[in-house]
Write a protein that binds this ligand. Structure first.
Ligand SMILES: NC(=O)c1ccc[n+]([C@@H]2O[C@H](COP(=O)([O-])OP(=O)(O)OC[C@H]3O[C@@H](n4cnc5c(N)ncnc54)[C@H](OP(=O)(O)O)[C@@H]3O)[C@@H](O)[C@H]2O)c1
Length: 237
């Protein structure tokens, strides 16, 4: 056991997740790269000067094995950042998208988060101040989608958008369940970052998006719970 905070970031071999690990390390946190591909994970960890764990959020055995590894190495987890995500529906209007593609997106963006959260809860319960931070999107916001003048209402990604709305709902459910135990659960919108997920169309550097989530993870004091964070404030559900 160590006094240094222990954090795990899923989908951290590239993009926003990798920058989250970099910033957590810079803040003195022992941050672990979670990656589904062992070589990509190890390469990112080596570049960042930390360790990696193989973790495919869609694979129960892989997630269980990752939890065992973290338990053996550190005995607990202080910060879980569910960051792994996919967008497989670019270029397909909602009315043209098959349920199978939507299911595949949900498998990572929604069920993956539930699977990882459940597997790591026993380790989070051993932390003095456990926090779960999930990477959401402004595209999750039904309030913004309802406003036809909004940018979000023009982004017609049935699978991705609704998976992030579901992720928000899932996160609030966990927050309400775990509130009395002192485990906080929040989501954040990183902003439109240039990553593989959007073929590098985003205008922000992934480090800028990562900083929003890191601020939530390291917020002083109790921090809040069941909150939808964005740069400079909160987003409407
Ligand atoms: N970029 C943006 O503008 C933006 C905006 C709002 C929210 N987000 C969210 O930010 C998060 C990170 O996305 P990003 O933009 O950084 O995209 P990215 O560069 O494509 O990174 C996605 C990460 O998720 C991993 N991943 C995918 N499926 C996985 C699985 N089954 N198990 C474990 N890891 C898996 C990927 O691993 P591989 O390398 O193995 O594929 C990769 O490490 C996502 O949740 C995304 O929805 C992004």
């Amino acid at each position: 056991m160590t006094d240094t905070k222990i954090a795990l970031v899923t989908g951290a071999n590239k993009g926003i997740g990798k920058e989250i690990v970099r910033q957590l390390l810079a803040a003195g946190v022992t941050a672990i790269v979670g990656a589904r591909d062992p070589e990509r994970g190890a390469a990112a960890a080596e570049e960042l000067g930390t360790t990696s764990v193989v973790l495919d959020v869609t694979d129960e055995a892989s997630v269980e094995a990752a939890a065992k590894t973290v338990e053996q190495r550190y005995g607990r987890l202080d910060i879980l950042m569910n960051n792994a995500g996919v967008a497989l529906d670019w270029g397909h209007r909602p009315s043209e998208l098959s349920a199978d593609v939507v299911r595949e997106i949900y498998e990572t963006n929604v069920f993956g988060v539930i699977r990882v959260t459940n597997a790591f809860l026993p380790l989070l319960r051993k932390s003095a101040r456990p926090r779960i931070v999930n990477t959401s999107s402004s595209l999750a916001s039904l309030t913004l989608h309802q406003d036809t003048s909004s940018h979000q209402s023009k982004v017609l990604l049935l699978g991705y958008n609704s998976s992030k709305s579901a992720l928000n709902a899932v996160s609030v459910s966990y927050a309400n369940d775990l509130r009395e135990e002192g485990i906080t659960v929040n989501v954040f919108e990183p902003g439109y970052c240039s990553t593989d997920l959007n073929d590098h169309q985003g205008r922000l550097d992934p480090a800028e998006g990562a900083a929003v989530g890191v601020a939530v993870a390291l917020a002083p004091g109790e921090g809040g719970t069941a909150q939808f964070h964005a740069e400079g404030g909160f987003l409407p559900w």
